[in-house]
Design a protein around this ligand. Structure first.
Ligand code: MCA
Ligand code: AMP
Length: 475
């Protein structure tokens, strides 16, 4: 079996990662990850405090080469959600940068401070361990469902290699490419595509620390060739591009502009094309399946479609009616199951072994996939993050001022969908402050899961069976 990261094993002297002024070559990354890999080799599982820093990359790469499954943690996760993830994944140790303050939910865990410095000249770098079996768990990524707390999708090395190699073919992605992005490093998009992708190709990634239009302009004007982002980022780019000539020029010079994690609306496609002469291409995937479809570097972009299935991906539309059906898939890019959740894993697959994505689509005459919606109305995509209405409702119901709660996703130009809470207060005479409830959700779950608006009602609309009729809840 070939290694996941050939350039790392070759300890090449070329730049691999850059966060601001902090850059590491493959040789330096191999040295830093190699010595950490030795220290964690016997850990059953590790967690990484996934800040946008080189330490996160060193921690993840060390675990991957050591064959130790790694759980990337969102550093903004609130207490309730973090406690759940730690109980569920039982990491033996948490990897963090020396100056990271870890919250109480992690205080019971041993901690290793990750060094991401180039080793002193003359020090022999520890050899990387032999590559682990590619069927064993490599990453465990937590992802939301419609109800209950997030589930850990177990991703083997095989799935990571398969998806990255399929994207190489679609995008002619090579060692010459320099990727820029400002995506978080605890999800598939930013971590697997955005960091492990360049490392597998032997190319490099420049991370912005946090997304900004200025950062994109700067990096694409100084050698970066690829841009990855969620639609919210492209929306902000589209807003700026008509008046910002430097940005338009930088985008025009890129080799590829790629959007994913949610649909990029046609007006944003159009505005970027008008300002730059360049089309944004889309790709479609899920945490559980990694990438399924992509528009090709040589194929042009067609707003509204996400391209054809990638090499190795089998895709069918189930229970079609009027040409629209649920996307079901098979392939080497799929996860092996949800951690500790055989029930949920079984429910995610059909009897004949196809994974149910829950996404509804049609196929164009030439095989391009057109996503038209989602089966579950209780899943919200906001800023490219998947959020379950149920987890927010549960958090709200834990607040003493809330008697009943329902959560919906409302269309939003910037975020795609915005989380809206509908609340029946315990005491109608003195309902809690709106900010009290949004802060409560941000603190317990995560800031990106906080409602952007709260509406107080005397009662929730229910049908004769007593079920809440969310369709009747509109602003
Ligand atoms: C605001 N903040 C708060 C509160 N209100 N913090 C605590 N309590 C509050 N009440 C803070 C936030 O933490 C944040 O802090 C800042 O205020 C702004 O928050 P927000 O408005 O949410 O952020 P934004 O600027 O609107 O973020 C937009 C974004 C972000 C940058 C596009 O949504 C994002 O990074 N999205 C990427 C999602 C992603 O990677 N999805 C991939 C999933 P601070 O400023 O410090 O941050 S993987 C996937 O989907 C599949 C596989 C696929 O196909 O890719
Ligand atoms: P996640 O669970 O966060 O991995 O999100 C996966 C979901 O994001 C998919 O099931 C789709 O609903 C959505 N998604 C990802 N990429 C696209 C895209 N290019 N267009 C539309 N939806 C997308």
């Amino acid at each position: 079996m070939s290694p996941l990261f050939p350039s790392l094993y070759a300890a090449e002297p070329r730049e691999a990662i850059r966060f601001g002024r902090h850059a590491l070559t493959y040789a330096e990354l191999a040295a830093a990850a190699g010595s950490l890999a030795q220290r964690i080799a016997d850990a059953g599982r590790v967690a990484v405090w996934a800040t946008p820093t080189p330490q996160t990359v060193v921690g993840v790469v060390a675990a991957l080469v050591a064959g130790v499954p790694v759980v990337p943690l969102n550093p903004k996760t609130g207490e309730r959600e973090l406690t759940h993830i730690v109980r569920d994944s039982e990491p033996a140790v948490v990897l963090a940068a020396a100056d990271d303050q870890l919250p109480p939910a992690l205080h019971g865990l041993p901690r290793i401070d990750v060094a991401a410095d180039a080793p002193t000249t003359g020090t022999a770098a520890p050899a990387l361990p032999p590559e682990p079996d590619d069927e064993s768990a490599a990453l465990i990524v937590y992802t939301s469902g419609t109800t209950g707390p997030p589930k850990g999708a177990v991703l083997p090395g095989r799935a990571i290699a398969a998806t990255l190699d399929a994207l190489r073919d679609a995008w002619e992605w090579s060692a010459d490419d320099v990727l820029v992005h400002g995506l978080p490093l605890f999800h598939v998009h930013g971590l697997i595509l955005g960091v492990l992708g360049p490392l597998r190709r032997g190319g490099s990634v420049r991370h912005l620390g946090r997304f900004s239009v200025e950062g994109v302009t700067r990096e694409l004007s100084t050698g970066a060739t690829l841009l990855f982002g969620v639609p919210t980022m492209y929306h902000r780019i589209a807003e700026a591009a008509s008046a910002d000539r430097e940005l338009a020029k930088a985008l025009a010079g890129a080799r590829l502009l790629v959007s994913g994690s949610a649909a990029l609306p046609a007006p944003d496609h159009r505005r970027i094309a008008r300002a730059t002469g360049r089309a944004v291409i889309e790709r479609y995937g899920m945490t559980e399946t990694l990438m399924l479809c992509a528009e090709r570097a040589d194929g042009g972009a067609r707003p509204g479609t996400v391209g054809a299935p990638l090499p190795g991906v089998e895709l069918r539309l189930a229970d079609e009616s009027d040409g629209i059906g649920e996307i079901q898939v098979r392939g080497p890019n799929l996860f092996t199951g949800y951690l500790n959740r055989p029930d949920a894993t079984a429910a995610a697959f059909t009897e004949d072994g196809w994974f149910r994505t829950g996404d509804m689509a049609s196929l164009d005459a030439d095989g391009q996939v057109r996503i038209v919606g989602r089966k579950a109305t209780d899943l919200i995509k906001s800023g490219g993050y998947k959020i379950g209405a149920g987890e927010i409702e549960n958090a709200l119901l834990d607040h003493p001022g809330v008697r009943e709660a329902a959560v919906t996703g409302e269309p939003d130009e910037d975020l795609g969908e915005r989380i809206v809470a509908w609340v029946v207060p315990t005491d109608p005479q003195s309902p809690p402050e709106e900010s009290e409830l949004t802060d409560h959700v941000a603190r317990e779950l995560a800031p990106h899961k906080r409602p952007r608006a709260v509406h107080f009602l005397a009662e929730l609309p229910r049908n004769e069976m007593g079920k809440i009729m969310k369709r009747a809840l509109h602003v």
